[in-house]
Structure formats: structure tokens, C-alpha cells
Design a protein around this ligand. Structure first.
Ligand code: SAM
Length: 306
């Protein structure tokens, strides 16, 4: 594609100051041009739906609360829509992308739209589920950082839980996910959609919904609605990391048979004494227990030697 096919909004010398700010971000024509130039066609398998609306990008960045010099992680930068939004506010960013052609194209897109931002960006071509601290700059092991991402919808929950487990300095996140997944992540005990992701995320901290996003801000448009989830991690001392694995096993077991009472579902793991010690009624169902109750029951089962 030639220079002349670049949309007018990107030719900064011909636009007003307000439009000039807008031109740092990608619109529909920019996305199509970059994809065509790089020979990229979005794949469903990797959840590739690219944001084509600068307003949506700015909303995500605003809701995340990040600002100048903050340390940020993005999973799945794709063609760079949100990447440019994060860099626009002056943050330092590492973007982790699984798809080699997308990771390879990103530096030139960022240099083209935000030259200064390119100096604050580090790109890692990697599956986020396999990300280790050795893949990230050393400061991610010492400094609190925020995850800001439009997550691949089919693996959003595993990515969040894996990153929270591996990176203690991941203290906040603002992510866009499928609306139903967002509802599950923030669900309260006793509701129909409360499940293992809700209980496990609550172990780490507090999640809340931060708005819904329509389908027409993406290319290609997905066949599901999207929503934002804002999460803040509890202070490190609030949770005993040593017992996390056993609490999570207990949660998995309780929800494997969610219609059964705790007594029936956890027969192999929790005896009568643990219910007495924890003060939790064994005739309740697992889906009614908050994370503090799961932790209490787990600790009581440990004390009772079960
Ligand atoms: N952030 C871009 C945007 O908002 O336009 C793209 C978001 S798109 C919904 C999801 C992105 O995640 C794609 O670029 C996809 O290739 C990438 N992705 C999918 N699975 C991944 C994984 N396991 N680890 C890292 N990136 C992944």
C-alpha cells in the first residue's frame, strides 16, 4: 500500500490540534492498512479481534488509572491499538504477544505513531501462559505494575490466574474480556454464576466491573459482547501463599459437584471435625462459600489432620 492510502487523520501536518492528538491512536483505516501491509489476517483461534476505535482505547486506559512513568504489562498487543493508548499517557510498557508476525510488526507501528513512546516499549514474543520473570525486564520483579489488556477471550481467565500467581508485583489490572467472563470474575457467593474463577480471583484481591463495550469497535466484530474488569490485589500480608494451592484444590473439588452439599462433595478431604472447628455448616453447598470461608475450612481440615 502507498503513502497516499494512509488515512488523512494520520497526516499530522494537515489537521487541527484536537485531531492531532487523536492521530496517535489507530482507527479502522489504520488497522486495515497495517494488517494489509504486514499480510496479517486475524485468526479466531488466537482470539484476534482488534480495537478500531480510539475512544474505546482511551476509556480502557482511563479506567486503568495508569499515568506517566507507571510500569505496565500488556498481554496480546495485536496490531498496537491499546499499546499506543498506554504509551500515550507516558507509561513504561512490556507487551507480550504470542503471534510472531504481530510481535514483529509492532515496533514499526509504534515508531510511526509515537516515536517517543517506542523508547518506553519492550516487546516479548511469548505465550502469556508460559511467561516467566526471566522473560520480563528485572523491574517487574521489584516494582508494582499494572496489567492493561484486551485479552484473547478463550484463555482470559487462565492468563489472569497464571500471571497473578507468578508475578507478586502485579498489583492491579484493567482487562477487557467477554461479558459473561467478566460477570463470572466479579460474581458474589450464592449467585448462579459464582464459580472457581470468582473464588480464586477473590483469594488475590477485589474485582469489579468497569463498563461494557459494544461489538462494533472491533475488527473483525466478535459474536459476543465485552466488558471491563478492574482488579486490585490485597496487600501481600493479607494472604498466606503457602496454603494457596490447597485452598484452590478445595475450591475445585467443591465446584466439581456444585449441586451437592459440602459434606458430600468434599467427603474425601474434609471430615466432621473440620466443619466443627471452622463453624461451617456441612449441609451448605460450595457455591455459597466466600473465599474467607474456603480458607477457614481448608485451615480447619489441615488442623484436624485430614
Ligand atoms: N490488544 C489488541 C487490541 O486491543 O486491538 C489485540 C487484542 S486481541 C483480542 C488478543 C491478542 O492476544 C491477539 O493479538 C492475539 O494474538 C494475542 N494472544 C492470544 N493468545 C495469547 C497468549 N496466550 N499469549 C499472548 N498473546 C496472546
Amino acid at each position: 500500500m502507498t503513502e497516499t492510502s494512509i488515512p488523512a487523520a494520520h497526516v499530522t501536518s494537515k489537521v487541527t490540534p484536537a485531531e492531532e492528538t487523536q492521530s496517535n491512536l489507530l482507527g479502522a483505516a489504520d488497522i486495515r492498512r497495517i494488517a494489509a501491509e504486514a499480510g496479517i489476517s486475524p485468526t479466531k483461534k488466537l482470539g484476534q479481534n482488534f480495537v478500531i476505535d480510539p475512544g474505546t482505547v482511551r476509556k480502557i486506559v482511563r479506567e486503568s488509572g495508569i499515568g506517566s512513568d507507571d510500569l505496565v504489562l500488556e498481554v496480546g498487543p495485536g496490531l498496537g491499538s491499546l499499546t499506543l493508548g498506554i504509551l500515550e499517557v507516558g507509561a513504561h510498557l512490556t507487551a507480550v504477544e504470542i503471534d510472531p508476525p504481530l510481535a514483529a510488526r509492532l515496533p514499526s507501528t509504534v515508531s510511526e505513531y509515537n516515536r517517543d513512546g517506542a523508547n518506553r516499549l519492550n516487546i516479548v514474543n511469548q505465550d502469556a501462559l508460559l511467561l516467566q520473570d526471566t522473560n520480563l525486564p528485572a523491574e517487574y520483579g521489584t516494582t508494582d505494575f499494572t496489567l492493561v489488556a484486551n485479552l484473547p477471550y478463550n484463555v482470559a481467565t487462565p492468563i489472569l490466574l497464571t500471571l497473578l500467581e507468578r508475578f507478586p508485583h502485579l498489583t492491579r489490572f484493567l482487562v477487557m474480556v467477554q461479558k459473561e467472563v467478566a460477570d463470572r470474575l466479579v460474581a458474589s457467593p450464592g449467585t448462579k454464576i459464582y464459580g472457581t474463577p470468582s473464588a480464586k480471583l477473590a483469594w488475590y484481591g477485589t474485582a469489579k466491573r468497569a463498563g461494557t463495550i459494544g461489538r462494533n469497535v472491533f475488527w473483525p466484530a466478535p459474536n459476543v459482547d465485552s466488558a471491563l474488569v478492574l482488579f486490585t490485589r490485597d496487600k501481600a500480608e493479607a494472604r498466606d501463599t503457602n496454603s494457596r494451592a490447597s485452598v484452590f484444590d478445595l475450591i475445585d473439588a467443591a465446584f466439581q459437584q456444585r449441586r451437592k452439599t459440602l459434606h458430600a462433595a468434599l467427603r474425601q478431604r474434609v471430615g466432621d471435625q473440620a466443619y466443627a472447628l471452622s463453624g461451617i455448616d456441612p449441609t451448605r453447598r460450595g457455591e455459597t462459600l466466600g473465599i474467607d470461608e474456603f480458607m477457614r475450612l481448608n485451615a480447619a481440615a489441615g488442623r484436624a489432620g485430614e
